[in-house]
Design a binder for this molecule. Sequence first.
Ligand code: ADP
Ligand code: MG
Length: 370
Amino acid sequence: MSKIKLLSPRLANQIAAGEVVERPASVIKEVIENSLDAGATRLDVDLEAGGVKLMRVRDNGAGIDKDDLPLALSRHATSKIYQLDDLEAVSTLGFRGEALASISSVSRLSLTSTTGSEAWCAKAEGREMQTEVQPAAHPQGTTVEVRDLFFNTPARRKFLRTETTEYQRIEEVIKRLALSRFDVGFNVQHNGRAIHSWRAAQSQIEQERRVAQVCGPAFMENALHIDIERSGLRNRGWVALPTFSRSNADLQHFYVNGRAIRDKLVTHAVRQAYQDVLFHGRHPAFVLYLEVDPATVDVNVHPTKNEVRFRDSRMVHDFLFRSLHHALADVRPKDQILNSPEQAEIPSGVAIGEFANQETMAFRSPGGGI
Ligand code: ADP
Ligand code: MG
């Protein structure tokens, strides 16, 4: 007798949700990324009970057509890539078409949107999607409302921490996203109280104001602004002086083409650049934006997309190390400048001569934010 059965779509979604929807903060990440992908310039985030009871994100982006609403909630349905080749040059934050399907399989989700005159609303509750979309009222853009996260998956709910902890994790995610898109205004409420209101920032001064709001004024007061381009790579942002080091790695924001990532290679390059100016056990603080040709970086490495793979990782390491080492030169004891960077310890095979090539190129980050 046959023992292998196809999973029901509902169960398949709930299993997939395990990868993407770990906690309220992961929901917020996916929902806000969708708004940014839709070209929103203003986001209103409402949270209740650390996001577990309610997460509502309203944007003024492109909106979703009536016929597309139910599709938006279906697995493997996306408007962002159509063929494999598109993945090579993907400039949106999302592309896997599974976030909303996953979230709706473990919550009560409503999606309300308009692209013009009439607004419509689609609802799904633990994957039981309402067959008909309902007429609704909504200004240009989209509202995603996620209630009662994990109401139907008690095993997952047990892993949730206190309301305060879950809220802090959400806040971390929002901060990371707010640093990736200065051109977007963010308003955040928790339990009916206005917590953050960050206006869209254009000029460098306005951007620095946002960095100060997000990372604290002390970071900005102790940060150097850098902007270095070499060989088609660009490294821009703010690095704290060694005197503003941290006891843990909590103030480290790194973006590749506008996408927040965590990467061992990057951490290594940064540590190396700070090596001779930081006390042992201290961590540098930075907000950095690396721009590379999208074709030289694979973003489809992990379902949450916060890891990437560089085609030429040595060159990236070398570039990061050198640009930061250079920026920190003024605060470095003079004899060390003379000896560096050739004496710095770089993993074997890293191309030292890379800086000789001075051609410059700028690449657009998703949505053109940076
Ligand atoms: P992905 O982002 O990978 O495409 P999602 O499940 O996150 O997959 O979203 C599915 C689709 O729903 C998106 O491709 C997009 O077309 C649409 N969508 C979701 N959120 C929004 C939004 N805030 N504004 C406009 N379209 C949206
Ligand atoms: Mg998405």
